[in-house]
Design a protein around this ligand. Structure first.
Ligand SMILES: [Fe+2]
Ligand SMILES: [Fe+2]
Length: 344
């Protein structure tokens, strides 16, 4: 469906015969992400009217700023958070999300028979098929067996752990659920919280690992576009209520795939002699996520599809979206790191 704001964009007069129209606002000029940044800082949001991103990278940098208004810590967004629901920001969000969702829908058309999963057995089978497809991407095998120490650190800095921001995503995904699915997401969240032990909270374990290996924080400006899209997918799913089924599938896929990938990271650590403080984060996920994946399927997905069969294909679709977005990211990252190696 075309969002109302898209149709509300100013129409442009046809070009005089023999003359090309000038580019639409923002097309070749200042990136929309820069315009938005300045608008949020200065408070003049009228500058956003009719703007479009200059390219795909600009699309995700812009959307990530908007998602920050919804979910980033207040220390990060500060006073900008007052524009979270400003009509001009909402208009940009919809105008940028719609073509992206259209692209994701095209990706979904490549899933073949998986798109027909409309009952419990077929949904379970389809989710497992998506998880098995490229469960161990070449990037992780390379990490385990070939990458040098600096390459491992760079990879993990961009990867952000199997579940960067996962706890907040689980919290947002459970809104409006009930019964077994609600309980399972609550239990999963509690595990993210270290089952009440502050030193075991997964984000704390991640910080501990990052310090141990001297991992730098990579700003968005340095991230490949595939990494930006991968992070932005969480924002797309968590700020659009209509995409709750897709979110349930995307988060479930993450749990289904994380265990074996974390084991490959640990192999890389062993091979390269990583400090012991680097281990707990990946050890925890290597052990616990296979259980989380199974429980997410048995206790969240199955009861939800039993109750609402129409959610079935959409849950699988969300898993597919996460899968294709992940694979684009892993491959781009592997190629980038290999290019850096050959240039060194
Ligand atoms: Fe976790
Ligand atoms: Fe998990």
């Amino acid at each position: 469906m075309t969002p109302p704001v898209a149709t509300a964009r100013p129409t442009r007069s046809p070009a005089p015969p023999g003359k090309a129209l000038p580019p639409p606002p923002g097309r070749l000029g200042t990136p929309l992400s820069t315009v938005l940044d300045e608008a949020l800082e200065g408070g003049d949001l009228t500058r956003l009217a009719g703007r479009e991103p200059v390219d795909r990278r600009d699309r995700f940098l812009t959307l990530l700023q908007i998602y920050d208004l919804h979910t980033a810590p207040l220390d990060v967004v500060r006073d900008r958070a007052r524009f979270q629901h400003h009509p001009a920001v909402a208009a940009v969000k919809m105008v940028l999300e719609q073509p992206w969702v259209d692209e994701l829908e095209q990706d979904w058309q490549q899933a073949g028979p998986l798109t027909q999963a409309d009952d419990v057995p077929r949904v379970v089978q389809a989710m497992r098929a998506v998880a098995a497809k490229d469960r161990l991407p070449a990037a992780y095998r390379w990490l385990a067996k070939e990458a040098g120490w600096e390459e491992v650190v760079e990879f993990l800095a961009l990867e952000g752990g199997p579940d960067g921001g996962f706890d907040d995503l689980v919290a947002l995904c459970q809104i409006g659920l009930s019964g077994s699915a609600k309980l399972e997401l609550g239990k999963n969240y509690w595990d993210e919280m270290g089952c009440g032990d502050g030193t075991g909270v997964h984000t704390v374990l991640h910080q501990q690992m990052a310090e141990a290996i001297g991992m730098r924080h990579i700003p968005r400006s340095e991230m490949p576009v595939e990494a930006l899209e991968r992070v932005a997918l969480g924002g797309l799913l968590s700020t659009n209520r209509r995409l709750q089924p897709e979110m349930l599938g995307a988060l479930g896929l993450l749990e289904l795939q994380a265990g074996p990938r974390c084991r490959l990271v640990l192999q890389g650590f062993d091979r390269l002699g990583a400090p012991k403080e680097a281990y707990p984060f990946y050890l925890e996920h290597a052990e616990v996520d296979p259980v989380h994946g199974k429980d997410w399927m048995d206790k969240a997905v199955v009861p939800t599809v039993t109750e609402r069969p129409e959610w079935g294909p959409r849950i699988v679709k969300g898993a597919w979206w996460r899968s294709v977005t992940n694979l684009r990211f892993f491959e781009a990252l592997r190629v980038q790191l290999l290019e850096e190696r050959s240039a060194a």
